[in-house]
Design a binder for this molecule. Sequence first.
Ligand code: NAD
Length: 261
Amino acid sequence: MFLKGKTALITGSTSGIGLGYARALASEGAKIMLNGFGDPNEIASYVDELTMLNGDEAAYNGADLTKPQEIRDMVAECGATLGTPDIIINNAGIQHVAPIDEFPEEKWDAIIAIILSSTFHVTKAALPAMKEKGWGRIINTGSMHSLVASPYKSAYNAAKHGISGFTKTVALEVAQQGITVNSICPGYVWTPLVEGQIPDTMKTRDMSYDEVINDVLLANQPSKKFVTIEQVASMALYLCRDDASAITGSEIKIDGGWTAQ
Ligand code: NAD
């Protein structure tokens, strides 16, 4: 349990990839602060599960990541209850699929706020304690859309490309302070986020369910397989190891070859 005594705050961890990160880090002993929306009973069961996995503590904060003050309060609450975060994973995300000239302004604002601005606010609030300890791991969930684009996802592509720039900037600022900052860039992972965008894509492209899976989602994924949550989570775990202390400012692609094309 190489993360015993460490605390990890993971945004958007009540579902999908974020919950996968939480389970992986808890299995190595990390105390976990969960965040995200969802059914309270289900979230309480995740907190119990994580407590069993790490043999220590876990907690939940339901901060709405579009609200900077709630983010600052969440980081402060994490410090007060579990300890200041040694590891932050900026992971929450939403998607909206529409041509740019029909893209709703409020969706643009929400996607930029939840993916990009929340990463800034969490990092800003958590960094001083990491600097004091001389150790930290900041992991941002990017995407293959941090590196290349797909049509009809202007806000998402812009936010994820922004994650890359932010990751590199912070990595440079803290490069001599024992803190690494990286983004993990998955290709298509089978999660509720992917499942949720299928109806919109069916409508936008006038396609059947199977056509969206084979001809849109996996069309550019040469492996023709979805990435698994466990594959992404195990990379995050690796980045927390001392072996990974020279990896910083990187975009780590786990995309079945998507961006090799
Ligand atoms: P998901 O929908 O399963 O999880 C998203 C999480 O974000 C949930 O916990 C949700 O409650 C939370 N969230 C949404 N809005 C929030 C808000 N305003 N405040 C607080 N929490 C909020 O999605 P996922 O597929 O697990 O995606 C996780 C991350 O991985 C996202 O950043 C996504 O862009 C990225 N990603 C996903 C894929 C994929 O194929 N699934 C591929 C590349 C990158």
